[in-house]
Design a protein around this ligand. Structure first.
Ligand code: MG
Length: 159
């Protein structure tokens, strides 16, 4: 039995915040605003994983008004989502993430991002795709007002 899911997220870019994407901290003059570390790519990925099993979204499982999740490392949220998936008897076949950001350049960091995510998801690096694109200076991502991310996941029943 296979299940497919998709996720999408946006966070605003502001000065004075760290920029976390796919579990790693990037050197940049601004960062994403949010209750957690605002890792927009991990949030989209979590929603794709939950969506595959019709298990609502990360806002439902980890409310942004809950002080337990204030400034939380989104890798912890991903690891909690993986427990929910495993609890339903599913494992990851593959995931595919697209980050939309004008700056900074994501490509030099993709190998490390894949390593971090595949370790948390307990799957081969070859099952984790991270891609990035600019939006040609168009829209809120193009104006560097925020960063958006899309993710798709495929899960397989293990038993
Ligand atoms: Mg989010």
């Amino acid at each position: 039995m296979y299940r497919i899911g998709q996720g999408f997220d946006v966070h605003r870019l502001v000065p004075g915040r760290e920029l976390w994407l796919c579990g790693i901290k990037l050197d940049h003059e601004s960062g994403l605003l949010g209750h957690s570390d605002a890792d927009v790519a991990i949030h989209a990925l979590c929603d794709a994983l939950l969506g595959a099993l019709a298990m609502r979204d990360i806002g439902y499982h980890f409310p942004d008004n809950d002080p337990r999740y204030k400034d939380i490392d989104s890798k912890v949220l991903l690891s909690e989502v993986m427990k929910l998936i495993a609890g339903r008897g599913y494992e990851v076949v593959n995931v595919d993430i697209t980050i939309c950001a004008e700056r900074p350049r994501i490509s030099p960091h993709i190998d490390e991002m894949v390593k971090v995510l595949s370790a948390i998801m307990d799957t081969d690096a070859g099952n984790v795709s991270v891609k990035a694109t600019t939006t040609e200076k168009l829209g809120f991502t193009g104006r560097e007002e925020g960063i958006s991310a899309y993710a798709v996941s495929l899960l397989r029943k293990t038993c």
